[in-house]
Design a protein around this ligand. Structure first.
Ligand code: NAD
Ligand code: UDP
Length: 432
């Protein structure tokens, strides 16, 4: 871990405690990994699952073992959440006190104190050493498109209702909040409504997505795909209003298709056989099983993909530069990595052949209708290119990794992790 680290303004970075909700997911696992490997910060990792961060939690001899603690809880139904957001303060204080008294006690000892002692200590802490150096990061969400139109209620509850207490606790307790929203709040581009042959479709003003000027354009209510985007937009508005009216220190992140190892699951291997993950895992699954990749409605939608490790660098800049990040909404994506879904399928097929040495199958892709693939109520974002002005200006961040390179490292990981399991799962049982 580097010491003597400084922020973008040259000030030394002090260790903080982060209450990370949804830490066991794809983005959370990479963020925990980065925080443990490259920073002195502490993480209270909250999730219902921890499979993707097990390698960071065990064995207890890991160099960062005293800086990460997993709390298995469902924020939907667990009153311990507020305690945890507050506890982040306590953990800092206890470490401070132990250091001050030259005690070598681990935090399990301090946390085992009775309630009265804790209140006395917390009171002492609030009076003496409240430095506000606690950040809550909320990643928890249902965020796979196959759920938006088939489980719209769960989607809306997860992305809006369940996030409400997190926002409230942060606002009431004066904690900084970094909340994960989505690029999907932009919905469709203005250009999507122009005639197909209109030259204005080539004008960036009609498709580049800007945090402070672009409208949010969703389809009709019966297109339940937009339940996710709409819930995310409303929680963004609520956070923004808490900032304006009650002084909540917030940063909102809008990820543009972050992809890499540990994203989602491979159906039938580490997730349900009938489950439909996001496109990277769908196509990986098809490649691993030597099946054609399914192009929804012709694969004409366009996306920009950013490597998870590049994107995590942006989040770390937000964490460590609060004065530059607070009050902002940030697009985090790679405008240089734009492809249609069809082009993505073709590139993944080529990269997978290179990585495995296997030739591709005779019919590498097939077309399926969205109704067949996702069911009633599906709709799609046509094109997603992030404007980078705000993140460049505030944090000086730019993505580095090309689509080919990120697919090469990701598909190498997918092959190493899943090829054997797929082979076993698909091999016929031997007759006895
Ligand atoms: P993920 O599904 O891998 O991670 C979400 C994590 O939240 C999961 O581990 C899940 O168990 C946890 N969680 C959900 N509900 C919970 C609850 N009630 N209590 C406790 N834990 C709960 O998804 P991800 O890709 O890591 O995305 C993280 C965030 O980023 C989400 O808010 C998502 O909407 C947003 N986002 C991600 C992308 C992307 O490209 N990956 C794009 C747009 C938005
Ligand atoms: N898609 C596809 N085949 C699949 C999975 C997804 O054609 O097997 C398409 C999907 O319709 C969308 C794009 O790929 O146009 C990206 O889908 P993803 O689930 O990754 O999420 P989104 O970017 O839409 O939020």
């Amino acid at each position: 871990m580097a010491s003597g680290r400084v922020d973008l303004d040259g000030n030394p970075i002090k260790p903080i405690t982060i209450c990370m909700i949804g830490a066991g997911g794809f983005i959370g696992s990479h963020l925990c990994e980065k925080l443990m490997a490259d920073t002195p910060h502490k993480v209270l990792a909250v999730d219902v699952y921890n499979d993707k961060i097990k390698h960071l939690l065990e064995p207890s001899s890991l160099p960062w073992a005293d800086r990460i603690q997993f709390h298995r809880l469902n924020i939907k139904s667990d009153s311990r959440l507020e305690g945890l957001i507050r506890m982040a303060d306590l953990v800092i204080f206890l470490a401070f006190l132990a250091h001050f008294l030259h005690l070598d006690l681990d935090w399990k000892f301090w946390i085992s104190l009775d309630l009265k002692s804790i209140f006395i200590l917390v009171d002492f802490f609030i009076v003496n050493c409240c430095d506000g150096s606690v950040t809550t990061i909320n990643l928890a969400a249902i965020c796979t498109p196959a759920d938006y139109n088939t489980r719209p209620l769960d989607t809306i509850y997860s992305n809006f209702i369940d996030a409400l207490p997190v926002v409230k606790y942060c606002s009431e307790n004066g904690k900084r909040l970094i909340h994960f929203s989505t690029c999907e709040v932009y919905g469709k581009t203005i250009g999507a409504f122009l005639p197909k042959d209109s030259p204005l479709r080539q004008d960036p003003n009609y498709y580049i997505l800007k945090e402070d000027t672009s409208p949010c354009i969703f389809g009709p209510i019966e297109k339940q795909r937009w339940s996710y985007a709409c819930a995310k937009q409303l929680i963004e508005r609520l956070i923004y209003a808490e900032g304006a009216e009650n002084g909540l220190e917030f940063t909102i992140v809008r990820p543009f298709n972050w992809i890499g190892p540990r994203m989602d699951f491979i159906p039938g291997i580490d997730g349900p056989s009938e489950g439909v993950p996001r496109v990277l895992a769908c196509f990986s699954n098809n490649l691993l099983r030597r099946e054609p990749l399914k192009l929804v409605d012709g694969g004409q939608s366009q996306r920009t993909f950013v490597y998870i490790k590049d994107a995590i660098d942006a989040v770390l800049l937000m964490i460590e530069n609060p004065a530059r990040a607070n009050g902002h909404i940030f697009n985090v994506g790679n405008p240089n990595n734009e492809v249609t879904v069809r082009q993505l399928a073709e590139m993944m097929t080529q990269v997978y052949s290179k990585v495995t040495g296997e030739s591709s199958i005779e019919t590498p892709t097939i077309d399926v209708s969205s109704k067949e693939f996702y069911g009633e109520g599906y709709d799609d974002s046509d094109k997603r290119i992030p404007d980078m002005t705000i993140i460049n200006r505030q944090l000086g961040w730019n993505p580095k990794t090309s689509l080919w390179d990120l697919l090469e490292s990701t598909l190498t990981y997918q092959h190493r992790t899943y090829a054997e399991a797929i082979k076993k799962a698909t091999s016929k049982p031997v007759a006895i």
